[in-house]
Design a protein around this ligand. Structure first.
Ligand code: NAD
Length: 319
């Protein structure tokens, strides 16, 4: 079996590889050849930790595996990342373990790739202003991947703690773009694309603050009770997601569904757009919203590509 340690991942996975792996697996999900299995997430009653598994199988690529990990709130005090994860890949023919792969950086890259795929397929072609809501660990990854999807001319950002916005300003500078801190009102009024990446339990943006034609990628809500945007905004948008079953239970759509404003049938898997079975955006005035809940197949797809790159570059440990 192979081991690809966390420290080796940065040299093995590019944003482009991550984008292609995630786009391909969303398409496989839409064709019905790749399937996510039910998610397990439990409070373990120790260290305040939430621990779980996300798993799935892609019958086309034969990628089979799981991501195991969760959230350890005390880690930061130990100089460690609070979110910890590892990905296991198995041989689909025999069930034997194939690889153990560090999952922390890959989680950030695959999550950023998901919103980037949504921007590529759903944002207006003439989008110029991107608004970032949130400036935590995931946010710079989100911004980098998003900026590659359109010819953006400026970046706006909002975060509860404004001092953290410097991280986003630095990413904008990497791309030679101006960055401005903005209130949710201003950000909503001026942005063509908005990425939300918060661990919030109340909406920060509502329908009245967002202008027609905006594309939103709501990426932070991945648990029951979390919320980034108002149910009215979800109801006003044409809805897309990675996995409908997750969108209605743990995703941004959960609140609008609970209030009877939208139903599962109103939400289209993004893979259907990638596959050309759904037109995606139909007009320049439409608000599109991608509810990125995070699926195991994203982790498995990016891990499989990482393993391929690691073997080719001979930076893999074989035991
Ligand atoms: P983080 O802890 O580093 O950052 C959290 C962000 O949320 C910060 O910007 C913080 O200011 C903001 N925030 C927290 N509470 C808030 C509140 N009550 N109101 C407004 N803002 C608030 O977390 P992170 O690693 O950047 O992750 C952000 C979110 O993305 C988390 O909810 C995480 O679970 C989720 N996530 C989703 C996926 C996916 O696939 N969809 C993958 C990874 C992480």
């Amino acid at each position: 079996m192979y081991i690809v340690p966390e420290a080796a991942i940065a040299g093995l996975m590019t944003r482009e590889d991550a984008f292609r792996a995630v786009e391909a697996v969303f398409a496989s999900m839409a064709r019905g050849t790749a399937r996510n299995f039910p998610v397990i997430r439990e409070a373990i009653g120790h260290a305040d930790a939430l621990y779980g598994f996300k798993s799935g199988f892609d019958r086309e690529s034969l990628a089979l595996g799981l991501k195991s990990g969760g959230f350890w709130p005390g880690n930061a005090a130990r100089g460690l990342t609070n979110h910890q994860s590892s990905i296991l890949l198995f041989d689909a023919d025999t069930g034997q373990i194939k690889a153990v792969i560090g999952g922390n950086l890959l989680t950030a890259l695959r999550t950023a790739a998901a919103s980037a795929v949504s921007i590529r397929h759903l944002a207006r072609a003439d989008a110029e202003v991107i608004g970032m809501i949130g400036a935590g660990h995931q946010a710079p990854f989100q911004l980098r991947a998003a900026l590659e999807q359109r010819r953006f001319r400026r970046v706006l950002g909002w975060n509860r703690d404004a001092s953290k916005l410097a991280k986003l300003a630095a990413v904008a500078e990497e791309f030679g773009l101006p960055f401005k801190a903005a209130s949710p009102d201003r950000l909503g009024a001026e942005s063509d694309v908005i990425v939300t990446i918060l661990s919030s339990f109340a909406p920060v943006l509502t329908a009245a603050q967002v202008r027609p034609g905006t594309h939103l990628a709501c990426m932070g809500t991945d648990t029951s009770g979390k919320q980034e945007v108002g149910a009215d905004l979800v109801a006003a948008a044409t809805l897309f997601t990675d996995e409908v079953a997750q969108a209605v239970t743990i995703g941004e759509c959960q609140h609008a569904v609970a209030q009877g404003l939208v139903a599962a049938d109103d939400i289209t898997p993004l893979g259907q757009v990638i596959e050309g079975r759904h037109p995606g955006r139909r007009s320049a005035d439409e608000i599109t919203l991608f509810d990125g809940t995070g699926v195991g197949l994203q982790d498995i797809a990016i891990a499989a590509k990482t393993l391929e790159n690691a073997i080719r570059q001979k930076v893999v440990v074989e035991v």
